[in-house]
Design a protein around this ligand. Structure first.
Ligand code: AMP
Ligand code: GLY
Length: 424
């Protein structure tokens, strides 16, 4: 098979790495890719937003299977477009991808199907006064989320009513988020451990991949600004069989069945962002795709052929698949550019990539090849993953940091506490 991967981050490098191990695959293309992906795939220089151009490439090059990494192409209907052209593609349709692209849709869906989540109300631009009243009548912290996609910046945890009302002004009056802020969700602040769970589904049956924990904040100790993710580990030791069954019964099944009942079955990878609260697991958000960096620690735990699983999702055969996992745990540390998640410089030469490390995978996120040299080209630059026996997880963590210390570039930054307090 010829496989096309869409995207250019660590997630896509991890997908390319795993897909390249499938005996079903002869050749991998990746659009637009990065310098690391270029070592296993042929890079196709088409930008993400150009669904029509990607389709043309797939048709002209007889691509047998397309795998979509990021949310934008999904929300712009790339799956619908490929299906109309009789091409195989992994991911949800535009309508099903609304679980991620519209927070209002996701919350109303959860309410309708009694899926546990934070209590909330939705408001549109014409309801600014109602929204203010709601803020005044509810306890702080209170959470405001813009409805549409906002590159991870559309969630505001407001510590006071004054801050919340100022945010309302930013969204509704100053239009800081443009159309994404035409409507909002205001919801209860939840307390608990966060967990990411990927489910591969054909719209009816599903496979649950090992749970992961993502470190979203920029600084050690989970403080500072939110980022796309500064590291991750998987699996998560406190998720025992009982808890997983509860998550499956109260959250995963009703979500998959609810989407089918709505007439928009979700096919692809559905990402459940969960919070384990005092009253049980609740949904923080859905994503309509694999998460990053979680993918970089989840895929190394899978022994099964990912391409077989992906084809089963497309062809409604998930019930025939047995998911084989190894007994390892994995941890990923992200190296980012100085200044990320705000402004940062790019074009720095990266040193140490030629070194060979044991039980280490280096996934590129923001890199590019320039005259034979690998340079930084993004905020998150590399994800370094180590894997090994769960029982010796702290050795796995030491191993990843030993590698991290040998790979560097001007202004390289990483958190030093990823996986550190985790015991299996
Ligand atoms: P989201 O984009 O919805 O995942 O929100 C980003 C992050 O904000 C989440 O990973 C949580 O850490 C935090 N967050 C979102 N909603 C809530 C909530 N209702 N209560 C507490 N934290 C939240
Ligand atoms: N790691 C969170 C995300 O992929 O959205």
């Amino acid at each position: 098979m010829k496989v096309l991967i869409i995207g250019s981050g660590g997630r896509e490098h991890a997908l390319a790495w795993k897909i390249s191990q499938s005996p079903l695959v002869d050749k991998i293309f990746c659009a637009p890719g990065n310098a690391g992906i270029a070592q296993i795939a042929e890079i196709v220089p088409i930008k993400l937003e150009k669904n029509e151009q990607i389709l043309k490439f797939a048709l002209e090059n007889y691509i047998d299977l397309t795998v979509v990494g990021p949310e934008q192409p999904l929300n712009e209907g790339i799956v619908d477009l490929f299906i109309e052209n009789n091409l195989k593609i992994f991911g949800p349709t535009k309508a099903a991808a609304r679980l991620e692209s519209s927070k209002v849709f996701a919350k109303e869906f959860m309410k309708k199907y009694k899926i546990p989540t934070a209590n909330y109300r939705t408001f549109d631009r014409s309801q600014k006064f109602e929204a203010e009243r709601y803020i005044n009548e509810n306890p702080v912290p209170i959470v405001i989320k813009v409805d549409g996609l906002a590159s991870g910046k559309g969630v505001m945890i407001c510590e006071s009513k004054e801050i919340a009302i100022a945010e309302l002004d930013n969204i509704f009056v100053r239009q800081k988020f443009g159309e994404a802020g035409n409507s909002i969700v205001i919801e209860e602040y939840m307390i608990g451990e966060e967990l990411s769970i990927f489910v591969i589904t054909d719209g009816e049956n599903f496979l649950i991949l090992p749970p992961a924990h993502d470190y979203k904040k920029i600084l050690d100790g989970d403080i500072g600004k939110n980022t796309g993710g500064m590291g991750a580990y998987a699996p998560v030791p406190f998720v025992n069989e009982d808890l997983m069954n509860k998550i499956k019964r109260s959250i995963i099944k009703p979500t998959i069945n609810g989407m089918r009942a709505e007439g928009i079955p979700f096919k692809g990878c559905l990402y459940f962002g969960l919070m384990l609260t005092e009253t049980g697991p609740r949904v923080v958000e859905y994503n309509s795709r694999f998460g990053d960096p979680e993918t970089q620690v989840v895929l190394p735990l899978i022994e099964s052929d990912l391409v077989e699983i992906i084809l089963a999702s497309i062809e409604n055969k998930i019930k025939d698949i047995r998911l084989n996992l190894n007994d390892n745990a994995a941890v990923c540390v992200v190296l980012s550019s100085h200044g990320y998640p705000d402004n940062y410089e790019i074009g720095k030469r990266i040193y140490g990539l030629e070194k060979r490390f044991q039980d280490i995978l280096i996934f590129h996120a923001g890199t590019k090849l320039d005259d034979g040299e690998i340079l930084t080209s993004g905020g998150r630059v590399l994800g370094i993953t180590s894997y090994g026996s769960k029982e010796k997880f702290q050795q796995v963590v030491s191993n990843v940091y030993a590698a991290v210390e040998q790979i560097t570039f001007d202004g390289a930054y990483y958190r030093s506490d990823i996986g550190k307090n985790v015991k299996f």
